[in-house]
Design a binder for this molecule. Structure first.
Ligand code: SAM
Length: 242
């Protein structure tokens, strides 16, 4: 797929995730050998809940990072998961129901580019493997910053491109040739979601480029930590207190 032609319009992205929702969790864990669970857990450890104040997980999808935060906060912190794809949220809701966590985890259908939350509200705002799919990256990031409270943290967990020559070469072969075929076979995505995945990762900024973008939009103390040889990277910034 030509990366210059990736279509990230809202309707297409919402439809694509709506269609793969039933197989999304299985494929996430299968294609990453369960390492995705460790990445989310590590995110909650590196950006831990601190004191009171709600946490927002954007593009929450089937809710795994929101649930990881609920575990990290031992159920003591209100958590909001927001996504604009109804089918993904339905799966997240089942997980919340089975944990009997409806009193503390709320799921909301909303576009990350225009969030229905007040300014300066959340102690932590996260997004895992979602920012890359948001039509306008800067609008998504700006909304994350707007709703974070001063001194609050913004965390972006996203795929990145491993720089190690040997590992990177092997991984790229897997990511570009093996994963799309397995993903397509199992999900039967009519939008080629598992071809879109590597194509969208390859065109999305990573490392210092994304960190710099976060700084430009107003975050302070931005740092980033590659996971698993740089297959994924966690970016962390702080909303200045002014
Ligand atoms: C790859 S999934 C990630 C789900 C989850 N965060 C995880 O870690 O598995 C990306 C999610 O982003 C959501 N998404 C993409 N663009 C969005 C937008 N503009 N507003 C809200 N959700 C969006 C999709 O609906 C999808 O559920």
């Amino acid at each position: 797929m030509d990366t210059a032609t990736i279509d990230k319009r809202e309707d297409r992205i919402r439809g694509m995730f709506g269609h793969i929702a039933p197989t999304y969790d299985f494929l996430n864990h299968f294609l990453s050998l369960n390492i995705d669970k460790w990445w989310r857990r590590k995110t909650t450890q590196m950006v831990p809940p601190a004191g009171d104040g709600p946490i927002l997980d954007l593009c929450t999808g089937t809710g795994d990072l929101a649930l990881a935060y609920d575990r990290a906060a031992k159920g003591k912190t209100p958590i909001v998961g927001a996504d604009f794809c109804h089918e993904m949220l339905r799966i997240a809701q089942k997980k919340v129901d089975s944990l009997k966590a409806n009193d503390r985890i709320r799921l909301i259908e909303a576009d990350a580019q225009k969030l229905p939350f007040p300014d300066n509200h959340f102690q932590i705002v996260t997004v895992a493997f979602g920012l890359r799919n948001v039509t306008d990256t800067d609008r998504g990031l700006s909304e994350m910053i707007r709703v974070a409270r001063p001194g609050g943290r913004v965390a972006v967990l996203e795929f990145s491109q491993p720089r190690n020559r040997v590992f990177g070469g092997l991984y790229r072969f897997y990511f570009r040739h093996v994963l799309p075929r397995l993903g397509q076979m199992i999900s039967r995505s009519k939008d080629n979601a598992y071809h879109y995945l590597p194509a969208s990762v390859m065109e999305f900024p990573d490392g210092e480029a994304l960190a710099e973008r976060m700084r430009r939009l107003g975050l302070a103390e931005v740092r980033w930590k590659p996971f698993t040889f740089g297959v994924a990277t966690l970016y962390i910034g702080v909303k200045p207190k002014e």
